[in-house]
Write a protein that binds this ligand. Sequence first.
Ligand code: CTP
Ligand code: MG
Length: 239
Amino acid sequence: MSALDTRDTVALVPAAGRGERLGPGAPKSLRHLGGEPLVVHAVRRLAAARSVAAVVVAAPPGAAETVRGLLAPVVSAAELVVVEGGDTRQASVAIALAAAPSHCDIVLVHDAARALAPPGLADEVAAAVRAGHPAVVPVLPVVDTVRQVGPDGVASSTVDREVLRLVQTPQGFARSVLAEAHATAATGGRKDVTDDAGLVERLGVPVHTVPGHASALKITRPFDLVVAHAVLAEESGVQ
Ligand code: CTP
Ligand code: MG
C-alpha cells in the first residue's frame, strides 16, 4: 500500500456561506452547476480521494437535513457528518472540527466553493501532512502583474510576483495543530484571517506548499460559474 492509500484523513467542508458575490439566490453551496449543487460536486470529489475516511460538512443555517439528503448517495466509501455552520468561515470550520471523528489524525479543510478540485489534490496535500509537514497549502503562481494602488486610485510600486503565490484549498493539517490554532483564535479574537493556514501560522508553525490545480478555482462571482462549466465539460470529454 502506498502512502497515498492510507485512510486516515477527515475532510471538513465549510459550505455555510451565503454567496453574496454570486448574486441573489440560494446559499452558494446549494446553487447548481451542471445539474448538481456545488456542495455535491465538492464532496463527491473529496469522498473519492484515497486518503479520506470521513467528510464533515458545515451546512447553511437550517439546511443540514437537506444537505445530508443530497450527500448520502455520494459518500458511500466515507463516513458523513453534517452540522450547521456559523457566522463566519472560521466559525464554520471550528464547528466542523469539533464534530470530526476522533480516529482521523489528518484534517483537510476544503471550501465547498472550490467545487471542482480533483480528488488527487486532496491526496497530495494529505500525503504531505503524513510526511511530516503540520500545515500544507496548494498554491498557484501569479500570472498577472501585481501593483499597489493607493486610495486615490493611483498605482504605486509593482510587487515582485516571482515571490507571490495564490493559495487554494484543500489545506491540510495535523489535527492537533489545527485544533490549537482554532482554540487560540477563539480566545484571541482576531477575525481578519481568511484561511486556516493563516491561523496556524500565528502559532509559529511553518506552512508547506505543494502545487495547486487550476480546477480548484474558487467559484465567487457569476463568471466563475462559466469557467466551472467549461471545466466540467472538459472532464466529461465534451468539446
Ligand atoms: N463559509 C462558511 N460559513 C460562513 C461563510 C463562508 O462555511 N459563515 C464557506 C462558504 O460556504 C465557502 C467558503 O467558506 O464554501 C469560502 O467562502 P466564500 O467563497 O467567501 O463563500 P461565501 O461566503 O458564501 O460567499 P460571499 O463571501 O460572496 O458571500
Ligand atoms: Mg465569504
